[in-house]
Design a protein around this ligand. Structure first.
Ligand code: HEC
Ligand code: HEC
Ligand code: HEC
Ligand code: HEC
Ligand code: HEC
Ligand code: HEC
Ligand code: HEC
Ligand code: HEC
Ligand code: HEC
Ligand code: HEC
Length: 289
């Protein structure tokens, strides 16, 4: 029984009882029971679960006012009486389950915020990502949302091309800390194209209200059901051109207004005159007011 010395004695009592029962019978009992988080912490308290009691799961799952109070660890790992008698076996290690099963165990409690169906439509579910690749439910680092690391760095691990875009001449100020990936993207849902939080125009105009309209004179591509009302002309992350534009000069407009290429004020950028390209209340040709 030498290995007992490292255990946290006050937490041990319940575990010891079960352990003795296990030893006495020589075999794990048939029926598997919940033993309570105190017992688990008796062996795992020093290492893995350190800090856990201070985190959202520890605090909430151990809150005596809650119906599921006490089980704690076993909410995710399943009932542990056999494991306690005969470690390290007889317990669910989520990383050994399939991504689908692993994630379903998290979603069963988080359905309110993350609908299973929405999750399944996301690129992340399709790529068989696990919740625990981004969220470290055991880490004692107090990152927001239990993230494995700073949000932006986490995304860059897998989306390197976006990192490159966000340092271009014109870019959304993610690096500067003014906008975050998750302001625009819903990491857990593919309900909207590109895993956006909202349909594109609604999303962009939450922060850019001045281009929202409605205007007396609307510019067709922004209002008439185009799938990319903003990204027809803008890149979302970054661009070598000013104002996140896809093209620097007349080409941007000529892609649709082909007949204006030659004879209509050649050599000049269209929006030096048509500066109200998002719509105007005074001029049908979106000329400056
Ligand atoms: C009597 C000591 C003891 C108790 C009590 C105990 N464990 Fe363990 N557990 C171990 C040992 C030893 C291992 C193997 C080494 C390690 O991973 O720390 C282990 C491994 C695990 C693993 C990994 C299993 C695998 O297949 O990789 C999980 C998960 C786990 N324990 C969860 C729990 C939970 C949940 C409880 C409470 C229900 C608990 N343990 C109670 C000793 C214990
Ligand atoms: C919210 C769900 C959840 C709760 C609650 C939870 N765990 Fe875990 N546990 C996981 C997940 C997911 C993993 C595997 C991925 C990881 O390490 O983040 C894991 C991994 C482990 C492992 C390591 C297995 C290995 O690969 O070596 C141990 C040991 C463990 N948990 C023990 C505990 C103990 C003890 C408690 C209670 C104090 C607890 N867990 C509470 C979800 C949970
Ligand atoms: C038994 C129910 C239950 C299970 C299972 C569960 N959680 Fe939780 N989770 C909670 C509760 C309760 C909270 C704290 C209250 C809240 O923020 O909703 C929480 C909080 C969180 C938070 C932090 C939210 C915040 O606001 O900071 C994240 C992230 C999270 N859980 C991810 C997971 C992951 C990943 C898994 C699977 C490994 C998981 N949860 C499994 C109940 C659960
Ligand atoms: C690719 C990384 C990634 C994966 C995979 C992931 N999450 Fe998240 N999760 C995040 C980020 C980033 C946030 C913070 C979003 C924010 O700040 O608005 C978050 C937030 C949360 C929250 C807090 C509530 C909220 O919506 O802000 C919960 C709960 C949560 N995730 C649970 C889960 C569950 C359950 C899974 C698996 C089905 C999962 N996450 C998979 C990155 C991820
Ligand atoms: C562990 C790797 C990984 C991490 C971390 C990760 N992603 Fe992903 N992401 C993927 C994979 C794989 C896909 C699906 C293939 C693709 O479209 O690139 C994907 C798809 C996406 C898509 C959808 C692309 C489309 O065309 O529909 C968006 C948006 C996205 N991720 C944003 C994020 C954000 C924001 C974060 C940080 C919170 C993040 N990802 C973290 C791997 C990851
Ligand atoms: C200002 C809003 C905004 C921010 C901030 C933002 N994105 Fe995007 N992202 C978009 C839009 C819009 C799209 C195009 C969606 C579509 O295809 O319909 C997109 C597309 C993507 C795609 C699909 C592939 C591609 O490059 O087109 C990935 C992956 C992605 N974003 C990841 C990220 C990551 C990672 C971050 C943070 C580092 C981030 N995004 C920040 C709006 C944003
Ligand atoms: C969460 C808020 C937010 C959302 C959503 C958002 N933006 Fe922005 N956008 C910003 C901020 C902040 C700046 C930088 C403003 C500054 O530096 O004065 C910016 C700058 C811009 C600029 C000017 C860039 C420059 O170089 O001057 C354009 C164009 C732009 N956004 C277009 C869009 C488009 C298109 C969308 C939708 C895909 C979008 N934004 C979504 C916050 C947002
Ligand atoms: C037909 C092309 C086109 C479309 C579609 C378009 N824009 Fe623009 N946008 C421009 C041009 C050109 C400029 C540069 C104007 C300048 O520099 O004077 C600009 C500038 C901007 C700016 C920065 C300057 C300002 O006016 O505040 C923002 C923000 C912006 N657009 C957001 C949006 C949003 C949001 C949408 C979708 C609702 C959108 N744009 C759709 C062409 C377009
Ligand atoms: C995606 C295609 C598309 C792009 C790109 C585009 N437009 Fe348009 N624009 C239209 C459509 C469609 C109309 C409606 C009238 C029509 O059919 O010509 C319109 C109308 C106009 C009008 C009003 C005059 C009229 O004929 O009703 C002006 C001025 C205009 N655009 C200028 C511009 C400028 C300047 C740019 C570049 C910043 C631009 N457009 C980019 C499709 C586009
Ligand atoms: C020097 C200023 C200036 C520049 C540069 C300019 N325009 Fe115009 N545009 C005008 C004026 C003024 C009108 C209204 C009078 C007219 O029809 O000539 C107009 C009218 C238009 C109309 C509407 C014509 C109609 O029949 O109602 C369109 C479409 C248009 N311009 C597109 C463009 C495009 C595309 C570019 C760039 C390739 C461009 N403009 C560059 C000043 C300019």
């Amino acid at each position: 029984m030498k290995h007992i010395h490292g255990w946290a004695v006050p937490l041990l009592l319940g575990g010891l009882g079960l352990l003795m029962a296990g030893l006495a019978s020589g075999q794990p009992k048939e029926k598997v029971d919940f033993v309570g988080a105190e017992v688990c912490l008796g062996c795992h308290g020093e290492g893995y679960a350190k800090g856990w009691l201070k985190q959202p799961h520890g605090r909430f799952l151990m809150d005596p006012k809650r119906t599921f109070a006490g089980k704690g660890c076993e909410e995710c790992h399943g009932p542990g009486s056999h494991h306690v008698e005969d470690p390290p076996g007889h317990i669910l290690n989520p990383t050994k389950a399939s991504a689908k099963e692993d994630n379903a165990a998290c979603l069963k409690c988080h359905e309110k915020r993350i609908k299973k169906h929405d999750w399944q439509t996301s690129g992340h579910a399709a790529a068989k990502l696990r919740c625990s690749q981004c969220h470290k439910v055991h880490s004692s680092a107090q990152n927001t949302r239990l993230l494995a690391k700073d949000q932006t760095e986490l995304c860059y691990d897998c989306h390197k091309q976006v990192k490159g875009q966000l340092v271009q001449n014109s870019h959304h100020p993610v690096r500067e800390g003014k906008v975050a990936c998750a302001d625009c993207h819903d990491i857990h849902s593919g309900k909207h194209d590109g895993m956006l939080r909202r349909e594109e125009k609604a999303l962009c105009t939450t922060c850019h209200g001045d281009v929202k309209g409605p205007f007396v004179y609307e510019h067709d591509p922004i209002v008439n059901g185009y799938t990319e009302p903003c990204t027809t002309c803008h890149r979302p992350h970054g661009s070598p051109n000013t104002r996140l534009l896809k093209f620097s000069g007349r080409g941007l407009c000529l892609s649709c207004h082909t007949s204006y290429a030659v004879s209509h004020f050649p050599g000049q950028t269209c929006w030096t005159c048509h500066s109200r390209v998002h719509g105007s209340n005074t001029d049908p040709n979106f000329l400056f007011e």
